[in-house]
Design a protein around this ligand. Structure first.
Ligand code: ATP
Ligand code: MN
Length: 267
């Protein structure tokens, strides 16, 4: 046995399960006897244990984190499972092996945010990106806050009122469009929330949210913007993404709870 064989054998030894990322049929069949979870955009190989990737992750680490969180959520693997991940980074089929424990990652909630929300995953991703970018740069060098409510827009509109004229009233613009990002950044200097539909249409800016906040339990120290964000996601099926003007962090709320907190500088 060569040193390399030995090394690889050690790398995969005694794993609890294998996570196969977007496998081809033949790779999947080779591993069919093992405890396998397939992760990918589609379940082409008709695996019993399958986690859907709702978007393409550039970063392998992010992709693995998402897949592992999804596999734990589905109950395919234990929270402390010791895993071998086989992924494709360069080619059309698996070319990369990663050994990882499921509890390596702090549970980020990122799986549920994307996978179990009304809004399209790509819309959530685009809004998250705008918030992160806004957090990095601020507006004209000054820190800025913003609140984006994504999905279930009709109900969100019913639970809010306009603070000013709506610049998106008669327009048909969508998040992810470069010009829209500029507009969102510009309008974020003013008060209130952006309301975005399931498919990414910007329905309104300057909305004052009036959800019932009774029983909403968000971390102490966060103010009215975060309270409104948390509460609207309990009152409706929207998710909310908030950039804090005071601590610079981006937070996401779902079903009344804070499920994701990230530092734009580190993202
Ligand atoms: N119910 C609401 N709906 C929409 N926007 C709101 C609401 N409440 C507050 N805001 C917006 O949040 C801004 C900041 O409010 P506040 O400082 O209380 O929130 P915060 O949670 O501390 O957020 P930050 O961390 O950005 O300061 C307000 O100026 C307003 O634009
Ligand atoms: Mn504040």
């Amino acid at each position: 046995m060569t040193g390399l064989d030995e090394f690889l054998e050690g790398l995969v030894a005694d794993a609890d399960a294998v996570c196969l990322f977007s496998p081809g049929k033949s790779h999947y069949e080779t591993l069919a006897g093992d405890d396998v979870v397939v992760v990918g955009p589609d379940n082409d190989v008709e695996a019993d244990a399958f986690v859907k990737l709702p978007l393409e992750f550039e970063d392998l680490r992010d992709q693995i984190r998402f897949g592992v969180e999804g596999a734990v959520e589905h109950g395919y693997i234990d929270e402390d499972a010791d895993l071998v991940c086989l992924a494709k980074v360069f080619g059309e089929d698996a070319d990369t092996v990663a050994r990882v424990r499921a509890d390596e990652f702090e549970k980020s909630g990122v799986y549920g945010l994307f996978a179990n929300s009304r809004a399209e995953p790509s819309v959530i991703r685009d809004v998250l990106e705008v918030a992160v970018e806004l957090g990095k740069k601020g507006q004209k060098g000054k820190p800025v806050g913003a609140l984006f409510v994504v999905g279930d827009a009709g109900k969100v509109m019913n639970k809010s009122r306009p603070l000013s004229y709506n610049p998106f009233e008669k327009s048909h613009v969508h998040v992810g469009d470069p010009i829209v990002n500029v507009m969102l950044k510009e309008f974020s200097r003013l008060d209130g929330a952006f309301v975005i539909s399931d498919s990414g249409k910007i329905v309104s800016a300057y909305r004052y949210l009036e959800p019932s906040a009774e029983g909403v339990d968000i971390p102490k120290g966060l103010g009215a913007r975060h309270m409104a964000a948390g509460a609207i996601t309990r009152d409706t099926n929207a998710i909310a993404i908030v950039l804090s003007e005071s601590d610079g962090l981006v937070r996401a709320f779902k079903a009344g709870e804070l499920i994701l907190e990230l530092d734009p500088e580190a993202y």
